[in-house]
Every structure is written in structure tokens, then in C-alpha cells.
Design a protein around this ligand. Sequence first.
Ligand code: NAD
Length: 264
Amino acid sequence: PGPLMAGKRGLIMGVANERSIAYGIARVLAGQGAEIAYTYQGDAFGRRVIPLAESLGGKIILPCDVVDLASVDSVFDTLKEKWGKIDFLVHALAFSDRNELKGRYADTTRDNFINSMVISCFSFTEIAKRAAALMTDGGSMITLTYGGSTRVVPRYNVMGVAKAALEASVRYLAVDFGPQGIRVNGLSAGPMRTLAGSGVSDARVIFNYQKLHSPLRRTPTLDEVGGAALYLLSGLSTAVTGETHYVDSGYNIVAMPRPEMINE
Ligand code: NAD
């Protein structure tokens, strides 16, 4: 068989730099023959993202801030004009005020709750709806999530609540778009050393804790997250939808540290 993404076109949102999960996914998909359009959040990011996207053969590289719906619409107008249809979407973006990614969840402010929800959760629904309209031959979309959605990870706070809502929206969207042959899944990555990841205070502790306590005793690599995204976006997973798929070295299955790690 030829490359798994040969003849497939899609949009990847959320590349900030070469450590971004979105970039790791783009690299794997491009290596399998995908033709990819990219968005970046404003000019400062653009200076970094445009050369990276070009190095992977990207020709459509557009600014988009999901707070500004007009910029989202303009991306999909361009895709419709240049490509007519798309086959896949990667939503790999999130935001919360880093002042609230420390201390207690209970101290979250209303403003930051709304902002975090709109950018990190509802943007996926808004974008999925626009992407689905262009997936006229069916398609596959993923969003990036994290296990702080279902279990408490210290400092993750409002982002955990936003990821829980994001994972619920994956299930609702899967039902809405299923009849059109469009699949919707969440990819739940273990902690990665990225710009967004470093916004969570004590990120190093969380990272090292996962290393010590996951069955594989390490954190996932960008290529491994990319490989799982390839599975979810390609013809390898055509009966899979509405799932939250963990790519976390198995961390989520563990209930407690190994007995030898506990000093009594
Ligand atoms: P990153 O900093 O490389 O990427 C985050 C992206 O979000 C950036 O490209 C940024 O421009 C974009 N973004 C933020 N606000 C935006 C807005 N208003 N409009 C448009 N774009 C906006 O970090 P990352 O870790 O690769 O994050 C990608 C996704 O992966 C996020 O959803 C994150 O929550 C998720 N995730 C991260 C980890 C981790 O440990 N780093 C683990 C699991 C899931």
C-alpha cells in the first residue's frame, strides 16, 4: 500500500514552534503524503510558523485567532476556494491565564473561566462545524486533550474543566456528524514539554511524576503522538469515533504508585 495519507488534504491548527504537538502531528502526516494547510495565532507566531510549515511542504498558511470568528471564517473561505473540500482537521490549541494555572481551582475567576472555555473548548465546536461543511466525502477530525479532564492534576484547574467539556463535545459532535461519514475523536496526550505545557505551574513535577508512575516509565514523544494522530485521521480507524484515545505511556490506568515507591 502507498502512504496512508496520500491524496488527503486537511487543516492543522495550533503550531507555535517545533515543540508543538500540532507540529509533531504535521510532520508525521506530511511524511505519509498528506497535503496540509496551517493556521498561526497572529504575526509574532507567524514568523516562526510560516518557515516550519513551508519546510513540510505547506502552501496555505493563514493567520487565525479563534477569539475572532471572522478570522476563522476567512480560513474556511480560503480552503473552500482553493481546495473545495477537505478530509481531516487537527485542533491543537488551548489557552488559560497562567495566573490561574497555579493554586486552587476554587479561585478561578469568571472572566478566565469564560475565556478558557471559549478558546480551549467551544472553538473546537465552531471549527468542527465549518470543517464538516467541507468534508463532503466524509472525513476525520481530532482535538488534543489531557487526562486532567477526568482526574485531578494539581494546578491544571480550569483547564481540566475545559478539557472535560471538550471531551463531551467530541461525543456530541461524533453523533451529529456520524451520518455524513465524519469521525470525531479526542487524542489525550501525556505531558509534553511545549509552550502551553510550561504555562502550568509545577509542570516539571507533573512531567517527572508521570515518568515515574506510568507503565512505560516515560512520557510520550512528539512522533508517538503524531503516530496516534495518523491512526485516527487515516483509513486505519474508520470505525472509531467519539473516543478519547490516551497516548500517555499508560499513565491513566494506574491507581496508585508501586508499593516500593511508598515510604512508611
Ligand atoms: P503549544 O503552545 O505548542 O500550542 C498551543 C497553541 O494554541 C499555540 O499554537 C497557540 O498559538 C494556540 N492558541 C492559543 N490561543 C489561541 C487562540 N485564541 N487562537 C488560535 N490559536 C490559539 O502547546 P501544545 O502543548 O502543543 O498544545 C496543543 C494542544 O495540546 C492544546 O490543546 C493542549 O491543551 C493540548 N495538550 C497538551 C499537553 C502538554 O503536556 N503539552 C498534553 C495534552 C494535551
